[in-house]
Design a protein around this ligand. Structure first.
Ligand code: C5J
Length: 220
């Protein structure tokens, strides 16, 4: 057991039973010229998470521990896209339309793929999820159960949407979640802060918040 200094209190990390879950580090959300930037978002707010994630990923892989990646997206025929999700928003461009890096949030398109800096290697499960949470309509829970995983280190984007939704889903299923503040990002600085506060509030209502350096140091 490795003790990680965290908010609201230290997290007892059990690497053998812990998976690193990297949420939606996809080109369309992070890259200049992608869909996120096309909507007017400042992608630098997300891009600052790339280097810390890269270092953490290298350390976690070197320790021989489980790494999983998620991607938000849909089938090309949109058959798994709830009409309500398709309708939402007032922009001209919707899920499935042509975007700057292929059809928006469609599996197999360039923009849907994971950024090269954090690209999965053979043996690392990639969870394709149609929703914000990584558990809904996916086999993530089964994968974790089969591997006897009951803790998650959660990183990725965006803090207040897919990271928060996933942590809440995980919490309800009995997983302990450690969220690393430098490895999660939001386009909106206020949401970044509040998204992290909501996780650790009330004595850790959904989990713990810490920094990647603390995990890397504990592993070394
Ligand atoms: C994610 C989103 N990944 N904000 N998606 O957070 O729509």
């Amino acid at each position: 057991m490795l003790t990680i200094d965290a908010t609201p209190y230290p997290f007892e990390l059990d690497p053998e039973h812990c998976g690193l879950l990297i949420i939606d580090m996809q080109r369309d959300f992070l890259e200049p010229g992608g869909f996120g930037e096309m909507l007017g978002n400042d992608v630098s707010q997300l891009r600052r998470t790339i280097e810390p994630n890269r270092n953490l990923l290298a350390a976690w892989r070197a320790a021989g521990r489980l790494v999983m990646h998620t991607r938000e997206g849909h089938r090309s025929d949109l058959s798994d896209l709830p009409p309500a999700k398709w309708r939402r928003g007032h922009g001209d461009t919707r899920i499935g339309d042509a975007g700057p890096m292929g059809r928006i949030l469609i599996r197999g398109e360039a923009g849907h793929d994971i950024i090269p800096e954090l690209y999965p290697v053979a043996g690392e499960p990639v969870i394709d999820k149609p929703g914000k949470g990584a558990f809904w309509s996916t086999d993530l829970h089964a994968i974790l159960q089969h591997r006897d995983i009951h803790q998650l280190i959660v990183t990725g984007v965006t803090t207040e949407v897919c990271v928060n939704t996933t942590v809440r889903e995980a919490n309800d299923r009995g997983y302990d979640c450690l969220v690393l503040e430098d490895c999660v990002g939001s386009y909106f600085p206020d949401f970044q802060r509040l998204g992290l506060d909501m996780i650790s509030a009330q004595s850790g209502i959904f989990g713990w918040v810490s920094h990647s350096q603390r995990v890397i140091e504990a592993l070394s």
